[in-house]
Design a protein around this ligand. Structure first.
Ligand code: PLP
Ligand code: COI
Length: 341
């Protein structure tokens, strides 16, 4: 298979349509067989549930070319499981987890020419999503849904690649107690748009959201979880019911403990203690691990000793180990790598 002529090394994080997408429809109480199609556009009724009441959820994962030339996906079973949880919370019919993984395999195979080559620094981003498609005018769940997956080749999420970021403590809240912060619903991202535009206008790369109940604890950013490294080299991540359970973060905790022999703690992290940490990073599928050099809390600067030039040493080790597992030059824990072809 011949690869597309794309400048892989200079890709940013933006949408480039690929040849095929996967579509399945839920109607009369059941999912149809699903199929790969070529049309990237969706025609729907003006009153579709997704358009009126934002009944939509999504996932994000990546396909990689390994050192020995295979195409693999990283832990797609966990994305399948999280989409099921998101669907239940928004009263949508879950897309069966085993069919999810099969659909990911189908759509990546069909777009293999767009999977960036090993060593290019780019990957194929996979975006599964589903939404209410029939007309809904009273506030209630739709009866009909569409599940789709498209793919798009991407480079780094943040401009500047792995240059440390400057983030600000946001005055806006991302998620309410007992709300939807723990699921991947489009509505969580819609309400973060004003906050991210404001952060960018003020010269920051991202927001640090605090818990909305007390505004004393670190939650996450708009699209990634936090990891911190203490001065005595422990890995600490916020524990909260209102953040997205990041697959990258869960994987990193395992890597820290079992590959690097580090102590890990998942616990409340207070804004007050952030100045005590030695390193900070954002982790997620899109963000991979993006180092944070500075947090600005209403004019008060917290500068991590790791500085603004490069990743701190422990975050670098975590990054190298995780990406090494994803690219196939470090042996993965059982079940983490789904070989596609
Ligand atoms: N937090 C939010 C709000 C996200 O959108 C994402 C991205 O998926 C993450 C965290 C990271 O999750 P994952 O590592 O599963 O991609
Ligand atoms: C991902 O990391 O896959 C996400 O969905 C985050 C989004 C901000 C791009």
């Amino acid at each position: 298979m011949e690869k597309k002529k794309i400048d892989w090394e200079n890709l940013g994080f933006s949408y480039i349509p690929t040849d095929k997408r996967y579509v399945a429809n839920f109607k009369d109480g059941k999912w149809d067989d699903g199929a790969l199609i070529t049309d990237a556009n969706i025609v729907m009724n003006e009153c579709a549930g997704v358009l009126q009441y934002a009944q939509t959820i999504f996932e994000g994962l990546k396909a990689y070319t390994t050192e020995d030339g295979h195409i693999v996906a990283f832990r797609p079973d966990l994305n399948a499981e999280r989409l099921v949880n998101s669907a239940k919370r928004l009263e949508m019919p879950p897309f069966p987890a085993e069919r999810f993984v099969d659909a990911v395999v189908q759509v990546v195979k069909a777009n293999a020419a767009y999977v960036p080559p090993y060593g290019s620094g780019a990957t194929l981003y996979i975006r599964p999503y589903m939404f209410g498609i029939n007309p809904v005018i009273g506030v209630k769940p739709a009866d009909e849904y569409q599940f789709r997956i498209f793919t798009t080749p991407v480079g780094p999420y943040f401009k500047g690649g792995v240059k440390p970021l400057t983030i600000c403590v946001s005055d806006f809240d991302r998620a309410a107690p007992h709300g939807t912060g723990h699921i991947k619903a489009g509505l969580n991202y819609a309400m973060s748009l004003h906050a991210i535009v404001t952060a960018h206008a003020n010269g920051f790369d991202e927001n640090m959201y605090l818990d909305s109940a007390t505004r004393t604890k670190v939650e996450e950013t708009g699209g990634a979880n936090f990891i911190f490294i203490t001065k005595d080299n422990k890995v600490v991540t916020p524990h909260s019911d209102t953040i997205l359970p990041s697959i990258t973060r869960r994987s990193l905790l395992y890597v820290a403990e079992h590959y690097l022999g580090l102590e890990v703690e998942e616990r409340d992290v207070y804004l007050e203690e952030v100045k005590e940490f030695a390193e900070c990073g954002l982790c997620g599928t899109a963000a991979v691990i993006s180092p944070v050099g500075k947090v600005v809390d209403h004019g008060k600067e917290i500068c991590f000793p790791s500085g603004m030039e490069k990743m701190g040493p422990t975050i670098q080790k975590l990054y190298d180990t995780l990406t090494g597992i994803q690219m196939g030059h470090i042996e993965a824990p059982e079940g983490w790598i789904k070989v596609i072809e």
